[in-house]
Design a protein around this ligand. Structure first.
Ligand SMILES: [Cu+2]
Length: 113
């Protein structure tokens, strides 16, 4: 009886090792929640039309920063562009562009790539 328990423990241990070796992804016992919770980030460049000075860029940056899902926004007045890092599960590039144009009608944001 004791021997059987030992064998069972060894089997369980090797199973656990197998699961860890696969990072849990190939195992049907472990839900693949870890993959879903990994933060994803997309980076999109927007062409911003209508900025006439550095303060314009700051205003655009502030609006971008408040959009839900946006993690980072770099706006350049000189280059007339904004490079935005965001979570594609929460927001789309089109939505970001629309938000800028709606909140700051002076500027027109369009998706570059
Ligand atoms: Cu300005």
């Amino acid at each position: 009886m004791k021997k059987l328990t030992t064998i069972t423990l060894i089997m369980l241990a090797s199973l656990a090792v197998t699961i860890f070796a696969n990072g849990g992804s190939a195992c049907c016992f472990i839900p693949r929640a870890s993959a879903a919770t990994v933060e994803r980030a997309a980076v999109t460049t927007f062409h911003i039309e209508g900025m006439t000075c550095g303060a314009c860029a700051t205003a655009v940056k502030q609006v971008l920063g408040k959009v839900d899902g946006v993690k980072d926004a770099r706006v350049s007045y000189e280059e007339e562009k904004a490079v935005v890092t965001y979570d594609p599960a929460k927001v789309t590039a089109e939505k970001i562009a629309r938000t800028v144009s709606e909140k700051l009608p002076t500027y027109k944001a369009t998706v570059v790539k």
